[in-house]
Design a protein around this ligand. Structure first.
Ligand code: NAG
Ligand code: NAG
Ligand code: NAG
Ligand code: NAG
Ligand code: NAG
Length: 471
C-alpha cells in the first residue's frame, strides 16, 4: 500500500474519530478518591461498554501560579497492553513501591501524576476489543481507537480533575508506549488547536520508545551497518557466526516492513529477539546487555499456547517483578489485594494482570509500524518533544533512536545535530550521569548506566530530567 496515502487516510480518520467522540457529549464516568482529594480514580466509558480506568495523584509539593503552572505527567506504559496503573505506578515512578513504602525518587515531586489502564481487563479470546464488562466491540483500527479513547478520557478528566485545565500536560512514555504517545499527542494537539479540548499540551517524552522498529533492528548509521547484531558483537555477547545468521534474520524483518508485511515482520522480529539471540548469547537480557535475562517468573507465568509474541510481551511486563525488592509483596499480590480493596470500584470478578494479552495480540499488526511522521507533526506544532534513552538498552537501543531522529523532516534537525551535548550530573559526586542536547523544541537525553527501564535504573537523573522537561 502506498504509505503516504495510507497515512493521510489514517490521520483524517484519526481526527474524525477523535473529534467525533469529543462532540458526542460527555462520556459516562465513575469517580471517587481519597477524602482529602489528593488521589482521585475512576472509570470513563469511552465507547458503549468499554471502560478505561485512571488514577490521579496530586503532588504534595504542588505550587501553581499563572506564570508557573504546576505540570501533570500522564504515564503511558509499553507492552502493548501492560498496565501503567500497576507497573509504572508501583514499580517505576509512583509515590509508593510494591512494599507500599515511599519511593524517594517519585516523579510526584515534580508533577501531578496520572496512570491509565487502557484495557486492563480480561479480554475475550478471538475478540479484538477488550473491555471491562463483557460485551464485544466491533473490530477497528486499534491505534486510532486508542488515541480516540484516550482523548475521550482526557476530556472527562478535565471535568473530574479541575486542576488539569490550568496544568500543562506532559505525555511520558516507555517502550511501545512511545508509539502510543506520538499518536495520542497528535490527536490531542489537533483537538486543542481546533478548540475542542481545553488543556495545554506541555510536551511528549519518548523513553526507550519503539518509534521505528526497523531502525532498532537493522540500520545504516553513519555508513556503518548497525543493528542488534553489531551491538552484541561489540560487547562479546554474539560471535561472528551467530552474527551472520542474525543479520540475515534482521534483513528479513527489514524487507517485510518495506513491503508493508507488518504482521510477518513482527513474527520474524520475535524469532530474532525471543529465540535466536538468547540461544546464542548466553541468554542476554535484551533490556540491559550487561545482564543475563533473569526472567525466572516467566515460565511460571506463560499461559499455555502463548505465541512467541506473547513471550516477548511477558518479558516486558514481568521484568521489574522479577527484580522486586526482598519484601514479601508482589505486584500481582497488591493489585489484586490491598490496592483493589482501597480502590473499591473494581468489579469483584476482575483480576489484574501485568499485561493484557488480548490487547497485545490486537496490536500485533501495529507493532512494527513506525511513528516518525507523528513526531514530525508534533515538532511542526511547536510541541516540546523529548527523546530519552538508556545506554545499556538493546531492544530499543540509543543508536536506533539516534537513527530515526535523523530521519525527521523537521527544519531544525540539521542545527540540532550539529550542536554539542551538555553533561548532566546527579547526586553529591560530579560524575557524568547523562548528556542532553536541545534545539528549539527537540530534546535528546542520553542516560548513562540505564537499560530499558530508565527511572528504575537511574532514578536520580531520571527525576532531574523530568524536572527539567516539566518546568
Ligand atoms: C533514595 O534512596 C536511595 C536508596 O536508599 C539512596 O541511595 C538515595 O540517596 C536516596 N535519594 C534521595 C534523593 O534521598
Ligand atoms: C480553558 O481553561 C482556562 C484555564 O483554566 C480557562 O481560563 C478558560 O476559561 C477555559 N476555556 C474554556 C473555553 O473552557
Ligand atoms: C518547551 O520547553 C522549554 C524548556 O523546558 C520551555 O521553556 C518552553 O516553554 C516549552 N514550550 C512549550 C511550547 O511548551
Ligand atoms: C508476507 O511474508 C510472508 C513470508 O514471510 C509471505 O508468505 C506472505 O505472503 C506475505 N504477505 C503479504 C501480504 O505480502
Ligand atoms: C535482596 O537480598 C539479597 C540477598 O540477601 C541482597 O543481595 C540484595 O541486595 C537485596 N535486594 C534489595 C533490593 O534489598
Amino acid at each position: 500500500m502506498d504509505r503516504s496515502f495510507s497515512l493521510l487516510a489514517l490521520l483524517s480518520l484519526l481526527v474524525g474519530i477523535g473529534l467525533g467522540s469529543l462532540h458526542s457529549g460527555s462520556a459516562a464516568t465513575t469517580t471517587t478518591g481519597t477524602p482529602d482529594g489528593s488521589e482521585l480514580w475512576g472509570y470513563v466509558e469511552v465507547r458503549p461498554k468499554a471502560h478505561l480506568f485512571w488514577w490521579y495523584y496530586k503532588s504534595p509539593q504542588r505550587t501553581s501560579t499563572p506564570t508557573k503552572p504546576w505540570p501533570t505527567v500522564l504515564w503511558l506504559q509499553g507492552g502493548p497492553g501492560a498496565s501503567g496503573v500497576g507497573l509504572g505506578n508501583f514499580q517505576e515512578i509512583g509515590p509508593l513501591d510494591v512494599n507500599l513504602q515511599p519511593r524517594n525518587s517519585t516523579w510526584l515531586q515534580k508533577a501531578d501524576l496520572i496512570f491509565v489502564c487502557r484495557y486492563s481487563v480480561t479480554g475475550q479470546p478471538g475478540g479484538r476489543r477488550v473491555q471491562l464488562r463483557g460485551e464485544q466491540q466491533p473490530a477497528g483500527d486499534d491505534r486510532l481507537e486508542q488515541a480516540a479513547d484516550m482523548t475521550t478520557v482526557l476530556k472527562a478528566l478535565v471535568k473530574e480533575v479541575p486542576m488539569l485545565q490550568s496544568s500543562p500536560l506532559l505525555l511520558v512514555a516507555e517502550s511501545y508506549g512511545g508509539k502510543y504517545a506520538a499518536t495520542l499527542g497528535v490527536s490531542v494537539a489537533r483537538a486543542v488547536r481546533a478548540g475542542k479540548l481545553n488543556i495545554t499540551l506541555g510536551g511528549v517524552a519518548l523513553g526507550d520508545s519503539f518509534i521505528s522498529p526497523e531502525d532498532f533492528t537493522l540500520n545504516a548509521f553513519r555508513m556503518v551497518r548497525l543493528s542488534y547484531t553489531p551491538l552484541f558483537l561489540s560487547v562479546s555477547r554474539l560471535d561472528d557466526n551467530a552474527a551472520d545468521e542474525a543479520n540475515k534474520m534482521a534483513e528479513t524483518v527489514k524487507e517485510q516492513i518495506a513491503v508493508g508485511n507488518f504482521s510477518d515482520a513482527a513474527d520474524s522480529w520475535n524469532d530474532l529477539v525471543v529465540y535466536f539471540i538468547p540461544s546464542r548469547s548466553g541468554v542476554v537480557d535484551m533490556y540491559n546487555f550487561l545482564l543475563d535475562d533473569g526472567m525466572d517468573l516467566l515460565s511460571a507465568d506463560t499461559p499455555a499456547g502463548s505465541s512467541p509474541n506473547n513471550v516477548q510481551a511477558l518479558r516486558y511486563s514481568t521484568y521489574l517483578g522479577s527484580r522486586d525488592s526482598n519484601g514479601s509483596n508482589t505486584i500481582g499480590g497488591i493489585m489484586n489485594g490491598v490496592i483493589k480493596e482501597k480502590l473499591k470500584i473494581i468489579p469483584k470478578d476482575l483480576k489484574w494482570h501485568e499485561l493484557n494479552h488480548a490487547v497485545y495480540n490486537a496490536l500485533d499488526n501495529d507493532m512494527m509500524k513506525p511513528r516518525i511522521d507523528e513526531v514530525d507533526e508534533l515538532l511542526s506544532y511547536g510541541v516540546n518533544v523529548t527523546v530519552y534513552n538508556g545506554q545499556l538498552d538493546i531492544i530499543c537501543s540509543t543508536i536506533g533512536a539516534e537513527t530515526w531522529v535523523q530521519k525527521l523532516k523537521w527544519d531544525g534537525l540539521k542545527t540540532f545535530l550539529s550542536l554539542p551535548r551538555q553533561s548532566l550530573y546527579c547526586g553529591p559526586r560530579k560524575e557524568t550521569k547523562a548528556f542532553v542536547r536541545s534545539y528549539k523544541n527537540l530534546h535528546f537525553y542520553w542516560i548513562l548506566g540505564a537499560g530499558h527501564f530508565v527511572p528504575v535504573d537511574q532514578p536520580c537523573i531520571a527525576l532531574s530530567m523530568i524536572g527539567n522537561i516539566t518546568q
